[in-house]
Design a protein around this ligand. Structure first.
Ligand code: C2O
Ligand code: CU
Ligand code: CU
Length: 522
């Protein structure tokens, strides 16, 4: 069985499913891949043939004082992702990805959300400092308007459904936006079903702006560009391929076959467009890179690189601006992470075609998108040597160190991903923390896991025992790469809100298979 002909052959061990999914067999339009699920016999566009697109920006429906009200409705619809092909998606306001929020620090956003999907949903603002009741705890379900009968969860989370604060039809999410300018995103977080629901389209940008950032001479407006990178695979009938045990997403969670390790596909989408082509002016652009993939990691590069200087100038990460810019040849980005970079296309001759590549990919996943450089344009932007002032959390002030080991176990016919030996349970707390405390959290594993903490941004303290930080690690983070056999220590201050929150692996299949844990701030 070759990679391009791989098939899913059911869950590990006991043949609980035995199904063979129809999308894997010999396809010749995707090139070789890296163990990814291959799209079926559906025409994929030539790379860089489709125009780059920005998701629509959502406007408030109304405003009152310092609060803006937004209306979002999630529903099943069709999108033309592949030219001439209709693909069923789960869309926020009907688009894939969902609309971009552009909010100001200090103005509260109330997102009135209506669930017209056939399944429960949960919205989480990733990177948001959000009160617990609006954070999208995995069992704080927003049930479908059409009604819902709780079905038995037959896998690892049996009996745990309906533990949270459940609403039906509509509910409000309130985001205070009392945080610095940053590139956040929102996505579905339904217990056990986050992987397939994000895969179907439930993800969007959420940009926080503030005066500090506005005052800097960085590229703005049309030259401030969200870039959501994700991989997908398509079935022969044009539907999104995802090997759910129950494709209706109503009963049994989980995936079949090798997707246990994390689902990857052979088609790269940038803002929902397969391998787009972006006509840029010869000027500086700010690219807000977001890895919204379920489990794929990328090392992003430019080909060709500019004749002089670094291809990228890194100016920000998950939690906003860095203290100073860093020149970078490549950006390593794991699921859930964001990196804001400046690329000066003015350094390329007009007409140059620059491919944004992924050196961790292979064949169709080794290329992400293309920039076509236009005429040199007026550009009064610059990247100041000092971007912001960053407080460094002091390890000497940490009141304790907690250690977390992430590992996969095979249990009675399926995999369970555990943190310190326990699969996620809504009523177990892995850490009880006093509000305001600084702690050191250490993570270890023998395999890759993007670690994500809700509520409290952190700073990388040590990686593999070294306090010399990699450029990707220097800013405020909410997600970080945990690499095999390389202990990751982070410093985190649990301020802001009290309550029960989760931290988890942001490989969404690992998360759905229980690699998640509660922490409680009191
Ligand atoms: Cu982006 Cu708890 O997730
Ligand atoms: Cu989050
Ligand atoms: Cu993981």
């Amino acid at each position: 069985m070759t990679l391009s002909r791989r098939r899913f052959i059911g869950a590990v061990g006991a043949g609980s499913t035995g199904l063979i999914l129809p999308f894997a067999a010999g396809c010749d339009n995707a090139g070789h891949s890296d163990g990814a699920v291959q799209s079926g016999d559906v025409p994929l566009p030539a790379r860089f043939s489709l125009p780059f697109k920005r998701p629509p920006v959502i406007q408030p429906t109304s405003s009152e004082g310092t609060t803006d009200y937004f209306d979002v409705r999630a529903f099943t619809t069709k999108a033309e992702i592949l030219p001439g092909v209709q693909t069923e998606i789960f869309g926020y306001n009907g688009t894939f990805p969902g609309p971009t929020f552009s909010v100001r620090k200090g103005r509260t956003a109330v997102v009135r959300t209506r669930n017209d999907l056939p399944v429960p949903m949960v919205t989480h603002l990733h990177g948001g400092k959000t009160p617990a009741e609006s954070d999208g705890y995995p069992t704080d379900y927003l049930l479908p308007t059409s009604g819902w009968t709780a079905s038995a969860h037959t896998m690892h989370h049996a009996g745990m459904a309906m533990a949270g604060a459940t609403a039906q039809g509509t509910r409000n999410y309130t985001y205070p936006n009392l945080q610095r300018a940053s590139t956040l995103w929102y996505h579905d977080h339904r217990m056990d079903f986050t992987g397939p629901q994000v895969w179907r389209g439930l993800a969007g940008f959420y940009l926080v702006h503030d005066e500090e950032e506005d005052a800097l001479p960085l590229p703005k407006g049309d030259r401030d560009v969200p870039v959501m990178i994700m991989d997908r695979a398509f079935n022969s009938d044009g539907s999104l391929a995802y090997p759910s045990i129950d494709p209706t997403l109503k009963t049994t969670p989980g995936v079949t076959g090798d997707a246990h390790n994390g689902m990857t596909g052979d088609v790269i989408l940038v803002n929902g467009v397969p391998w787009p082509r972006f006509e840029v002016q010869g000027a500086r652009y700010r690219l807000r890179l977001l890895n919204a993939s379920n489990s794929r990691r990328y090392r992003v590069r430019l080909d060709p690189e500019p004749g002089s200087g670094d291809p990228f100038t890194l100016i920000g990460s998950d939690g906003g601006l860095l203290a100073q810019p860093q020149g970078m040849n490549s950006i390593y980005i794991v699921p859930g992470e964001r990196f804001d970079v400046i690329v000066d296309f003015g350094r390329y001759a007009p007409g140059t075609k620059i491919t944004m590549t992924n050196s961790l990919g292979d064949g169709s996943t080794a290329e992400l998108m293309q920039f076509v450089v236009g005429a040199k344009a007026g550009d009064d932007t610059s990247v100041p040597a000092r971007l912001s002032t960053l407080e460094r959390l002091d390890p000497a002030k940490a009141v304790r160190t907690r250690s977390f080991t992430l590992a996969r176990n095979s249990e009675s016919g399926h995999y369970v991903y555990k943190i310190n030996g326990y699969p996620f349970s809504t009523d177990r707390s892995w850490a009880d923390i006093k509000r305001g405390d600084i702690e050191i959290w250490e993570f270890s594993s023998t395999t890759h896991h993007p670690i994500h903490l809700h509520l409290s941004p952190f700073q990388v303290y040590k990686r593999g025992g070294s306090t010399t930080l990699e450029p990707e690690d220097v800013g405020w983070k909410d997600t970080a790469r945990l690499a095999p056999n390389q202990k990751l220590s982070v410093l985190v201050r649990f301020s802001d809100y009290t309550g029960k929150y989760v931290f988890h692996c942001h490989n969404l299949e690992h998360e759905d298979m229980a690699m998640m844990a509660n922490f409680t701030v009191t």
